[in-house]
Design a protein around this ligand. Structure first.
Ligand code: S3P
Length: 445
């Protein structure tokens, strides 16, 4: 299966100036973590602004299946009554994470620290993604992998450790999912679990663990890395979590506002954690007008209002060390680069090959089918911008929400309409993308 049972095609076309003020949905990374830490806490966690996309709803269901009480109390408002660290109950059915690598991998970490057995499964996209990178450290901590497909792919059975062992683990790639899985397993281990990363990845797990009462210390390691030490056998206490708007979702209307002439769009409450703002840095280097105001924070996560105005963009070189802070944004950056004058070189994109789809190939294909000159050289993506995009292509989304949204953004300023073969997967991360874009003036049909 390469797409949904009933694919929904959609076409986007040249649109008038985009204008208005919006709040994109809650951050996906923080939403998953709030549910999982709530479930591992003693007492009640109240979450506001939760992303009610399919990925996060699957994590909510898995927490319920593992014994936590998870309840929706209003729009984007959720309550979790946790079972405490190590307290998960044996689930009676496989845990289905749908399209979500983050939900699946973080919950693997949490399960690895409990004496239970769980079966992990997902859709065709998730079943094709590598899980060895998570299983390797969890096995060092005492968990055991039962039945699995080759390369440790889903569906797989994980036996959690009765007596989890704290480890010192150097992540082989900059991945917040690997780091988080080890830390979540380490919550139940005696002593200190340490994760060392050569390039710092998003630190929402660390910030939220602190917010829930864990003892966790993060220090710099080398030029761009971090060393994170978590004291295990922690007692987490239910907390209040306010989920800021997701910068990775805001990325789509932000780029749309930049490329559609005359646009002026304001985004409220966008999370501006520096480990997530590589796209904003890059767009500003390209000449984008993005103003920040009302800067504030909650539970260690900064947020701001962003005002974005249509701008003439120029090509830039994006260094590889910036990749972890914008790993989900390269698709839409490639769209912005197509409308820029000059060449944009994005370096060090090997991790894009193992996302919801092979995003390196899929991004190049999206651009090519719409008449943009693009090349993959090793792990680099090189886009020759000429100030305009011919368009007219049909883009294959490969069960990947971000390809669908990027292609629809491209069509808003391309010479001819751009069609996507399936918008279904947009619901995994940004269920209101289409109506929200229409409310700003986007023409989809
Ligand atoms: C995420 C980490 C990133 C990112 C994903 C969300 C997270 O994946 O691509 O969308 O919430 O931890 P990797 O850890 O594989 O880089």
């Amino acid at each position: 299966m390469t797409q949904s049972a009933t694919p929904n095609q959609l076409e986007s076309r040249v649109s008038g100036p985009l204008a208005g003020k919006v709040r994109v949905p809650g951050d996906k990374s923080i939403s998953h973590r709030a549910l999982i830490l709530g479930a591992l806490s003693v007492g009640e966690t109240r979450i506001s602004g939760l992303l009610e996309g399919e990925d996060v709803l699957n994590t909510a269901k898995s927490m319920q299946a593992l014994g936590a009480k998870v309840e929706r109390t209003g729009p984007f408002a959720w309550k979790v009554r946790g079972v405490g660290v190590g307290g998960f109950a044996q689930p009676t059915a496989p845990l289905d994470f749908g399209n979500s690598g983050t939900g699946c991998r973080l919950v693997m970490g949490a399960v690895a620290g409990c004496p239970i057995t769980a079966v992990f499964d997902g859709d065709a996209s998730l079943r094709s993604r590598p899980m060895r990178r998570i299983l390797d450290p969890l096995e060092l901590m005492g968990a055991k992998t039962g039945e699995a497909r080759e390369g440790g792919r889903l569906p797989l059975t994980l036996h959690g450790a009765r007596d989890p062992v704290p480890i010192v683990y150097r992540t082989p790639v900059a991945s917040a999912q690997i780091k988080s899985a080890v830390l979540l397993a380490g919550l139940a281990a005696p002593g200190v679990t340490t994760v060392i990363e050569q390039e710092a990845s998003r630190d929402h797990t660390e910030l939220m663990l602190k917010h829930f009462g864990a003892e966790i210390v993060s220090t710099h390691e080398g030029a761009h890395g971090r060393r994170i030490a978590l004291t295990g056998q922690a007692e987490l206490h239910g907390a209040e979590v306010v989920v800021p708007a997701d910068p990775s979702s805001a990325a789509f209307p932000i780029v749309a506002a930049l490329i559609v002439e005359g646009s002026d769009v304001t985004f409220s409450d966008v999370m501006t954690n520096p480990l997530r703002t590589g796209l904003l840095t890059t767009l500003r280097e390209m000449g984008a007008s993005i103003e920040e105001s009302d800067i504030r924070g909650d539970a260690g996560e900064p947020m701001a209002t962003l005002r974005v105005r249509a701008s003439k963009l120029r090509g830039v070189e994006v260094p590889p060390e910036r990749a972890p802070s914008m790993i989900d944004e390269y698709l839409v950056l490639a769209v912005a680069s197509s409308f820029a004058e000059g060449t944009t070189i994005m370096r060090g994109l090997q991790e894009l090959r193992v996302k919801e789809s092979d995003r390196l190939e899929a991004t190049a294909a999206m651009l090519r089918v719409n008449g943009v000159k693009v090349e993959i050289s090793g792990d680099d993506l090189i886009v020759e911008g000429s100030g305009h995009v011919p368009g007219g292509g049909l883009v294959a989304t490969h069960m990947d929400h971000r390809i669908a949204m990027s292609a629809l953004v491209m069509g808003l300023a391309a010479d001819k309409p751009v069609k996507v073969d399936d918008t279904t997967f947009i619901a995994t991360s940004f269920p209101d993308f289409i109506p929200m874009m229409r409310s700003l003036g986007a023409e989809f049909s």
